[in-house]
Ligand binder design. Structure first.
Ligand code: HPA
Length: 271
């Protein structure tokens, strides 16, 4: 990653869209239909964007979409890159850095996650309060690009407390049950062993997933305010007797998609 590449990518997007986004949203699996709530100005497939790499996972189409929701200018990543696809962390964080370069103030990250917090059920939502990076690496490894941010970024409030409060208020107003907690980020692509889940629980975690951590680190590095919401698509390994499947994950995500989209739409209007 170089600042020159990033500038080339951002310039290409600016040539294709007049939208100057204030908020960026990364849509997790099964949330792709959120764009139906937008007034879309431009849809740019990842493969057309210089230095972008298309995602390979089922259920993740790759588009960068610019437009508005209730007149708020936003940019949406429909599909994301995962570390388990074999990309470097730098590549995984590239679309986030691109969005930040467009001038964002706030990034909203969504994901699917396995839940192991008390009282969790498939289909619940969790506002992420903090994360534990179990990926064994970090997107900021390597020379620091000082135009983007500091060598040693503070992560004390990686998830903006004010944005967390607003998310809580909206969930309450919509009478949607939610949790708040710590997300543990792992590489995948295997689901966890029951022992790993026991360990994450003992560390204070409530959900586990294979994304989000790289993007949240890159966004914090570049000074964005970040919020992240998990859809608990399944109970984590060993919490229920069921075998974990990707089909269960996408099925649950689809079931709650409308609710999740309703939340997000409101959220964009209130932050
Ligand atoms: N583990 C890791 N990632 C996930 C899970 C899980 O149980 N569910 C959805 N993404």
């Amino acid at each position: 990653m170089t600042i020159q590449k990033l500038t080339e990518t951002a310039e290409f997007i600016k040539l294709n869209s007049k939208t100057k986004p204030r908020i960026g949203i990364i849509l997790g699996s099964g949330l792709g239909h959120f764009v139906q709530h937008m007034t879309v100005e431009a849809t740019i497939p990842f493969h057309e964007i210089p230095h972008f790499i298309p995602p390979t996972v089922e259920g993740h189409s790759g588009n960068l979409i610019l437009g508005t929701i209730d007149n708020v200018p936003i940019v949406v990543l429909q599909g994301r890159l995962h570390y388990y696809e074999g990309h470097s962390m730098d590549v995984v964080a590239y679309p986030t850095r691109t969005m930040a370069t467009l001038g964002l103030e706030i990034l909203i990250v969504t994901n699917s996650a396995g839940g192991y917090g008390e009282g969790m059920n498939a289909g619940d939502f969790m506002i992420i309060e903090d994360h534990i990076n179990m990926m064994g690496t970090n997107p900021l490894m390597g020379p620091n690009i000082k135009e983007l941010g500091p060598r040693f970024p503070d992560m004390t409030k990686a998830y903006d407390p004010e944005l967390i409060l607003i998310a809580e208020k909206i969930f309450r107003a919509q009478k949607t049950f939610f949790h708040k907690g710590i997300y543990v980020g792992v590489t995948g692509p295997t689901y966890e062993t029951p022992s790993e889940i026991k360990m994450f629980k003992s560390l204070g975690g409530k959900a586990v997933g294979m994304s989000t951590v790289p993007e949240v680190i890159a966004a914090n590095h570049m000074g964005l305010r970040v919020a992240a919401i998990s859809c608990i698509t399944n109970l984590a390994a060993g919490i229920s007797e069921n075998k974990l499947t990707h089909a269960e994950v996408t099925e649950t995500a689809k079931k709650v998609e409308q609710k999740f989209c309703g939340f997000l739409k409101e959220y964009v209007g209130k932050i």
